[in-house]
Design a protein around this ligand. Structure first.
Ligand code: IPM
Ligand code: MN
Length: 363
């Protein structure tokens, strides 16, 4: 298996955590005789500083010429006063649009070993396993017109969807549900928004192609509550761009840390892979960031861009085993007498690699 992966590590903790994801992928390549080629390019704040733009042309060209893009994180406090189209985040939105992936898969699961990290009771979260399918190229993020008119003291954004945009992401979500517990919950605000009424009607149209999948619809406000009250009731959760952004962060509470969660964006020319956490400038460069979200994102590359399911599973098992054995980055420990072995970012990476090796060699 040959794979060309472009790494756009970005800002803050991005470079430290993607280093560990790359090292795990290199271990997998060495064990299985695969050729994974890595190329590195700038995106986000670092690219603004060096190239004057958050998505330089050579980064975009390299991304389009690769089989998969692994992105770290973008953003930094020094850019906070810039308008949306000049910020590091604009680079991320531009690369998303250019690569064309419209279905952002955000698996959210509880780790038995981390249940005490969540403010939710163990019996509420234990066994929760949700796959968010977030529409990534439409809605308020990309809708035009958009403007902040400072003289007028007025600003607006446009929430716009077409039936085809809903249908294509819904199809992916239904297919994924068929291979899971065959339940799909579509989230909207159809009691207020026309875009949501179109969303609901379009999802229902696609539902008829998948009679084996049970469909329910929830309003986003109610869903925000259901996710915390009864996360185990949900399997695939399909929603539009902004609702998906909000609900996926909220659901980090189920896992106990956003630092554990990966994502994959599929359906376009080149798949884009990114952990769902941000650039965490407060802990950047200290070697204490949790690399598990990035490492698990590496597993999604193997699953969705390489068809290496066993190897993807090995990474996921290795992360669980590492937690089972009591290893933690500092973000995962509370108080003094926790009894865990606190490891640095590279040490966690090394543990995962060691365990991946044991799993694959004994398979
Ligand atoms: C995410 C992030 C991004 C988003 C930001 C950084 C633009 O929050 O991937 O969830 O809003 O999509
Ligand atoms: Mn987000």
């Amino acid at each position: 298996m040959k794979l060309k992966i472009l790494v756009t590590a970005g800002d803050g903790i991005g470079p430290e955590v993607t280093n560990e994801a790359v090292a795990v992928l290199k271990e997998i390549a060495a064990l299985g005789g695969h050729t994974f080629e890595f190329d590195y390019k700038r995106i986000g704040g670092i690219a603004i500083t060096t190239d004057g733009t958050p998505l330089p042309k050579d980064t975009l060209d390299a991304a389009l010429a690769s089989d998969a893009v692994l992105l770290g994180a973008v953003g930094g406090n020094e850019f906070n006063s810039l308008p949306p189209d000049k910020r590091p985040e604009a680079g991320l939105l531009a690369i998303r649009a250019a690569l064309g992936g419209f279905a952002n898969l955000r698996p959210c699961f509880s780790f038995k070993e981390l249940t005490s990290n969540s403010p939710l009771r163990p019996e509420v979260i234990d066994g929760a396993d949700i796959l968010f399918v977030r529409e990534l190229l439409g809605g308020l993020y990309f809708g035009a017109p958009r403007e902040w008119n400072k003289e007028k003291g007025e600003a607006f954004n446009t929430m716009r969807y077409t039936r085809d945009e809903v249908a294509r992401v819904a199809r992916i979500a239904f297919k994924l549900a068929q291979n899971r517990r065959k339940k799909l919950c579509s989230v909207d605000k159809a009691n207020v928004l026309e875009t949501s009424q179109l969303w609901r009607a379009s999802v229902n149209e696609i539902a008829s192609e998948f009679p084996d999948v049970t469909v329910e619809h929830q309003y986003v406000d109610a869903m925000a509550m259901h996710l915390m009250n009864r996360p185990k009731d949900f399997d695939v959760v399909l929603t539009e761009n902004l609702f998906g952004d909000i609900l996926s962060d909220e659901s980090g509470v189920i896992t106990g840390s956003l630092g554990m969660l990966p994502s994959a964006t599929i359906g376009g020319k080149v798949n884009l892979y990114e952990p769902i956490h941000g650039s965490a400038p407060d802990i950047a460069g200290k070697g204490i960031a949790n690399p598990c979200g990035a490492i698990l994102t590496g597993a999604l590359i193997l699953r969705h861009s390489a068809g290496l399911e066993a190897e993807a599973g090995a990474i996921e098992t290795a992360v669980r085993k590492m937690l089972e054995q009591g290893y933690r980055t500092p973000d995962l420990v509370r108080g003094k007498d926790h009894g865990y072995t606190v490891l640095s970012t590279p040490e966690v990476g090394a543990k995962v690699r060691e365990m991946v090796k044991t799993i694959l060699v004994n398979a």
